[in-house]
Design a protein around this ligand. Structure first.
Ligand SMILES: [Zn+2]
Length: 314
């Protein structure tokens, strides 16, 4: 173990607007644990954000970070701003988003019913460090309120729409704030590329990504993105377009001869050039894993046909 305090305390609070904050950790950090593990090599290497929307002394927190010390940092920060009442919304059940739940054990933690079900099913393994490997999350605090499909939260008159959506993981929950046109996207959108975890659902993911476009967000805030873009106020809809293009192109080429050797840039050359997404070297490994998953899943199957391809300038 090295000096872990430094990395954990290096959270950056970023003002998105008068009532929305981003909290960003990772990318440039000191490892918490030397051995390969999900915190350092998943969350921190790619960079990870959580969000808070607040009014008066109440806040809705979107995800609790990859480490309890990060969650405590965020809660202290908000308490220093005068926030007294917290409500947590979980983006999905993956460990890098729920590790700080314990900090909010005396408050309401909301998820869709499937997220709670998956956490409950995996509780023992997560608490023993055998779900995604070590380190463990103990105790794992489960959501105490669940919803199906859609739900609304209100901070005074500010409406937050919670929407369950199958992108990246089948238990995804996004927050859309209609009056701000802000989409808090969780892991449904990532910069540089999406992390393919449930390869069998990619066709559904593309359909649902188009549904995200129907919301017409003007600001998109992903959990794994480029801190400079988030500091600049967030992404626009081209992040959705780039994600659709990446998935549809990777699936369409799955039977190509040199598929497993194909580079991340060969899928999103123009998207990188135009700044729809931003090249970040650690995503090369995500890309290599994506290729293998897509290759193995589709090797004996007919490839699906996608009608959409978002061209530049549209
Ligand atoms: Zn994640």
């Amino acid at each position: 173990m090295r000096s872990d305090a430094r990395s954990i305390d290096e959270i950056k609070a970023i003002e998105i607007n008068s009532h929305t904050l981003a909290f960003y950790a990772g990318r440039d950090w000191t490892r918490i644990i030397d051995e390969p593990n999900w915190k350092d090599d998943g969350a921190m290497k790619l960079g990870i954000a959580t969000y808070a929307v607040f009014k008066e002394n109440k806040a809705v927190i979107y995800d609790t970070f990859a480490d309890i010390r990060q969650a405590m940092w965020v809660k202290n920060y908000l308490e220093n701003m005068g926030i007294k009442q917290f409500t947590v919304v979980l983006s999905h059940w993956h460990l890098d988003h729920i590790a700080g739940n314990e900090v909010y054990k005396d408050y309401n933690i909301i998820s869709n019913a499937l997220t709670r079900e998956l956490l409950l099913k995996n509780k023992m393994n997560i608490e023993m460090g055998c779900s995604e490997g070590p380190p463990e999350i103990k105790p794992l605090i489960l959501p105490n309120i669940t919803f199906d499909g859609k739900a609304n939260l209100y901070l005074d008159n500010l409406q937050l729409k919670l929407l369950k959506i199958n992108i990246h993981s089948k238990d995804g929950t996004i927050i859309f704030i209609p009056s701000d046109k802000i989409l808090i996207a969780g892991d449904t959108l990532e910069d540089s590329i999406t992390y393919i975890d449930e390869v069998e659902n990619l066709v559904e993911h593309v359909k649902n990504l188009q549904q995200l476009k129907q919301l017409s967000p003007t600001t998109i805030l992903p959990n794994h993105g480029d801190p400079m873009i988030i500091e600049d106020g967030g992404y626009d809809q081209t992040l959705i377009d780039a994600t659709i293009n990446y998935i549809t192109r990777i699936v369409s080429r799955a039977h190509d001869k040199d598929f497993l050797m194909s580079s991340m840039k060969s899928y999103l050359r123009e998207e990188f050039e135009q700044g729809w997404v931003h090249y970040y070297e650690p995503y090369e490994e995500v890309h290599r894993e994506n290729l293998i998953k897509v290759h193995d899943y589709y090797k004996d199957k007919e490839l699906p046909f996608f009608e959409t391809d978002y061209q530049l300038g549209q």
